[in-house]
Design a protein around this ligand. Structure first.
Ligand SMILES: [Zn+2]
Ligand SMILES: [Zn+2]
Length: 445
């Protein structure tokens, strides 16, 4: 069967996450978004793990059901498509260590098929750092050794490097990463079969490195609040079991590809300095010799630049068997643009719930609902917005140095014209972009 999986999320025990991240809200928001398999996140955290043991029950396939799906929360009155949401046991680990006289900081996703395996992993990791301190714990051990521990515990437990290109905390990042997957995992590299591309890169960017051809590229939301679930996700067509899902990631049989955030929308796509308001493309950074033209300190080299640095192909080439992907913009952001209001505003929230009520869930609405139906229910402007999203006709202002980029479907002023009304929208307050990176044309698939 076809199903959507978001395999990197967090609980409220992780640093800087929403207090609303409970199992119940993950369950409800997975239904609202249209996600079938949702990661538990944070299984290394003792209290969260206790909650997983108490509230989840195995469905016999390596996934888990909530014993008591929420009935009386504020969300339960809202109409959305029923969905048999299952959980997959997941966590994220931050390894910080010296290797070859260099400090490395990498994030990794771990997966387990049952609670006993989680318990064994947690027992082994407890001695290497404070698992209580953070849902995403920091361990002082090399990434290779973390992988070794995972492999020793179970041949059905897996490690997938997380958001591999982000500058500060990833396997290939510009600040604390390596130049290859092999340099990081050394003799155990053969046990790595998939990589998470992260919000600031997409599969096409990764297709410029022949060294990555053998890895399956996955995408997940890394949500720090339930509303952000599914901003990236994976599409499968397999039996709904843990074994079948990971077999698909190993073989690419039954892995249909990913839903992608536009990489320009990620926080580390371009180079720059957030506090100096400087955003540069790789060529401009080189012209400045890597130093900020305002403060003269080293720039934060972003994902686009880092990919170019390690790439060995002038043009991306889709590896054999690698699936396609679709770009998506979260619905609240599209509503925010159309309504000229914040994604958290009442007007946006109200319309969001109306749409979920009318069309079942967010993924279905963004991807599948015929444009005529959208026009009929929501009007011409809305139908045009979704048409443009589906055709990848968007306006991009890239993110850099921790600042999210912005993705719009309408040109400045165009929406007011379409609406035939005077603009109430504030002027664009984005910092200067020294050299705008735009060409989506090469990314068409
Ligand atoms: Zn991370
Ligand atoms: Zn600066």
């Amino acid at each position: 069967m076809r199903y959507i999986a978001d395999l990197h999320v967090h609980s409220h025990y992780s640093h800087a996450t929403s207090k609303d991240l409970s199992l119940e809200s993950l369950y409800q928001w997975a239904q609202i978004k249209g996600i079938d398999i949702i990661g538990t996140g944070d299984f290394t955290h003792p209290q969260w793990f206790q909650e997983l043991q108490t509230k989840l029950m195995s469905d016999g396939s390596g996934f888990f059901r909530l014993k008591e799906p929420p009935q009386n929360s504020a969300l339960s009155d809202l109409k959305h498509q029923g969905r048999d949401v299952r959980f997959c046991l997941t966590t994220e680990i931050s390894t910080i260590y010296s290797h070859g006289n260099q400090l490395h900081k990498n994030h990794h996703l771990l997966y387990a098929p049952d609670l006993e395996t989680v318990s064994k992993i947690n027992t082994k990791l407890a001695g290497m750092g404070n698992l209580n301190a953070d849902g995403r714990p920091i361990l002082r051990l090399p990434a290779r050794d973390l992988l070794e521990i995972v492999l020793e515990v179970s041949d059905r437990a897996y490690l997938i490097p997380a958001h591999i290109w982000t500058p500060w905390f990833s396997t290939l990042g510009s600040k604390a990463g390596y130049n290859s997957i092999e340099a990081c995992f050394r003799d155990l590299t053969a046990h790595i079969f998939a990589l998470e591309t992260g919000l600031s890169s997409d599969p096409v960017m990764n297709w410029k490195l022949s060294a990555l051809d053998c890895y399956t590229m996955i995408s997940n939301s890394d949500a720090h609040s339930p509303q952000k679930l599914g901003r990236e996700a994976n599409l499968f067509d397999t039996d709904l079991t843990y074994n079948a899902m990971f077999e698909a990631l190993k073989t690419r049989q039954g892995f249909l590809g990913t839903f992608e955030f536009f990489p320009e929308g990620g926080k580390y796509h371009m180079d720059g300095h957030r506090k100096c308001g400087i955003c540069l493309d790789p060529t401009a950074t080189q012209a400045y010799k890597g130093l900020c033209p305002v403060c003269s300190k080293p720039l934060t080299v972003g994902v686009l630049h880092r990919v170019e640095e390690l790439a060995d192909r002038p043009q991306p080439r889709q590896p054999e068997g690698a699936p396609n992907f679709e770009y998506l913009i979260p619905l609240p952001e599209i509503l925010s643009e159309i309504k000229s209001a914040s994604p958290n505003s009442k007007v946006v929230q109200q319309q969001f719930w109306q749409i979920i009520g009318a069309f079942g869930n967010e993924f279905t609405f963004l991807r599948k609902v015929p444009l005529e139906d959208i026009q009929q229910h929501l009007g011409q402007v809305f139908a045009e917005a979704i048409r443009r999203l589906r055709n990848q006709q968007v306006c991009l202002t890239p993110g850099y140095d921790g600042l999210y980029g912005t993705i719009h479907v309408f040109q400045p002023g165009e929406l007011q014209q379409l609406n035939g009304q005077r603009s109430l929208r504030a002027t664009n307050a984005n910092p200067p972009v020294a050299a705008a990176y735009s060409s989506k044309d090469t990314y068409q698939i």
